[in-house]
Design a protein around this ligand. Sequence first.
Ligand code: ZN
Length: 255
Amino acid sequence: MIFITGDVHSKIKGNWEHQGPSEIFAAEQYLKILKKFRLSCTLFINGKCLDNEGEKVRKLLEYDVELGGHTYDNFGKINLFKSYLNRKFFNCIYGSEKFQKKDIKKTKKAFEKKGLQMNSWRTHSFGSNEKTFKILEKNRVKYVSDLLGHIKIFEKNNLIHFPINIPVDQNTIAYGKLRPESRDPFASCTKGRITPDEWFEILKQRIIKNEKKGIPSILLIHPGTMATLDNFQLFEEIARFLSKFESKKISEFKG
Ligand SMILES: [Zn+2]
């Protein structure tokens, strides 16, 4: 069993990826490829995309996809200083409980304005803490995919957690030329550790291993990253590989 997920953002200022016209556009290309291989997926999307690009988001729903929340707009105008303060005072990049409450409500409202329910959630930058989970529960979110690592799906305080147990594209692969120093396991930046092909190889091995053990694989592959890397060429290969397995949207999970 595999769960394919992706994150879709409104425009991020100073982003090092160039996803063409917008990440919504990249998301549609991504869904087209998944459709070709009969794969379903869950996309976590900024509330701001629903408010500002509602028509394009509606088009995405013509595919085999469900949408979950992904903060309203990546914490608003976050800068290094604010992120430092948030970590220092709240031990969490998502900031104070008050901010989180407001942001989650605002995102939920953006969904509801479009007639959609926000049943699932992933905080941008995996920035959740225990408070976030409590707020999500109060807002009737049922599924969260925010933790990283080789852990199984579990339930806690009425939330079903889907930890990402396959290495994430963005944090792992190199764009362009791979520099030897990037392979240093203690490099301060985790981006660009391995080549995209090496990453794909790890992904394949992990999924095969999980399938043998009966562990569902939770993947995070960003539409924007796949667009930037090689205009979805690698993604098409990944989808071809994934089509050998049964895929589900995360709300379809049955414990
Ligand atoms: Zn994000």
